[in-house]
Design a protein around this ligand. Structure first.
Ligand SMILES: *[C@@H]1O[C@H](CO)[C@@H](O)[C@H](O)[C@H]1NC(C)=O
Ligand SMILES: *[C@@H]1O[C@H](CO)[C@@H](O)[C@H](O)[C@H]1NC(C)=O
Length: 324
């Protein structure tokens, strides 16, 4: 057996060398990870990647995962080979962990379980011994498939689409069988107590649009799309025509009101032309006899003429308002 005995000076030199190596390492070792935001889905688990480069054993080091914007800011602390739970923010109780086996390989990634909307934000991974950190941005999204129902009302066949459990707020579109955008009513948005959005929209469709319709819900920032297609059988449109008698009645009353307005308008026009020709004649006479008074008289005549016109216009608009 060979015993290697180090002299005290050599021992000291070796120690100094180790410290020097560690110092160099700490200068060169970086905590790295994704620089792009990490997307997570509400209710699911996500791993916030972070590791030491070049690879170093991190098992014996202190690893701090924090959310700088929170107080207390600790999300997870690894110290002396175990989790230090005392400083942890209550929101993360039982939901954060590191991969113990991976620490030895310099993998200090954080696992966050059962993601909540409130988890969205910046996470900092810090190694005090190296004085190095890395920040990961977490964005949280939620999506679910829409539900489409068909109903009928006086205006025709109405499709209703609803989708719950979205985050952030999505947009809702209607498409026909060829993928053309249909013009629908405004999308109604409700935010629930769980901060998730429910969106709904209605569209009135006709057979000419085609038989199948798609309700699409889309969230651009989290790149989520969910859609549901509905097929409307031909006879569903046919049944619709039975209520067309009501439509005819409505159209008839509309036509009558237009006719009435036309007749009224005609009389108003006649009345006005009669008056203006009379005024014209009066003006002509006055111009001949008293040219100097022309402007004054003209003004007066105008003022007098305006009044009945205003009355007629007002009464006309009142009639129009009260007509169906
Ligand atoms: C770190 O460990 C986790 C869990 O095993 C793994 O998903 C991830 O890919 C690892 N990261 C690296 C850089 O090895
Ligand atoms: C989302 O993307 C679609 C195209 O895919 C676009 O029509 C829509 O305007 C976008 N919405 C927002 C809010 O940017």
């Amino acid at each position: 057996m060979i015993h290697v005995r180090l002299s005290p000076t050599l021992n000291f030199q070796f120690g100094a060398f180790t410290v020097l190596v560690l110092l160099i390492c700490s200068c060169q070792t970086h905590v790295i990870g994704p620089t792009r935001p990490i997307a997570a889905t509400v209710g699911e688990d996500v791993i916030l990647q972070s590791f030491l480069d070049p690879v170093m054993d991190a098992f014996g080091m202190t690893v701090e995962w924090t959310r700088p914007a929170m107080n207390p800011s600790f999300v997870y602390v690894w110290r002396d080979g175990v989790e230090l739970e005392s400083k942890k923010h209550p929101l993360y109780e039982g939901r954060t962990s590191v991969f113990t086996e991976e620490l030895k390989r310099g993998n200090i990634s954080l696992k966050l379980s059962r993601v909540r909307i409130s988890d969205e934000g910046r996470y900092r991974c810090f190694i005090p011994a190296l004085d190095k950190d890395h920040v990961v941005q977490l964005v949280v999204g939620a999506a679910s498939s829409p539900v489409v129902q068909k109903t009928k009302d006086s205006s025709g066949l109405v499709l209703q689409c609803e989708s719950t459990g979205w985050y952030p707020e999505p947009e809702m579109f209607w498409l026909d069988g060829e993928g053309n955008l249909l013009s629908a009513g405004p999308t109604e948005t409700v935010r629930g107590p769980d901060d998730l959005y429910t969106v709904s929209s209605r569209v009135t469709v006709e057979k000419r649009h085609s038989n199948s319709f798609t309700c699409r819900v889309q969230q651009n920032s989290t790149n989520q799309i969910r859609e549901t297609q509905i097929h409307v059988p031909d006879d569903f449109f046919e049944v619709q025509s039975s209520s067309s008698s009501a439509k005819v009645g409505l159209a008839a009353s509309f036509a009558v009101s237009i006719l009435f307005n036309l007749i009224l308008g005609f009389f108003v026009w006649k009345y006005k032309t009669k008056r203006s020709s009379k005024d014209h004649r009066v003006n002509e006479e006055e111009t001949e006899s008293k040219p100097l008074m022309k402007m004054k008289e003209l003004k007066k005549g105008k003022a007098a003429r305006i009044k009945p016109e205003v009355h007629m216009n007002v009464s006309l608009s009142v009639i129009i308002t009260y007509l169906p």
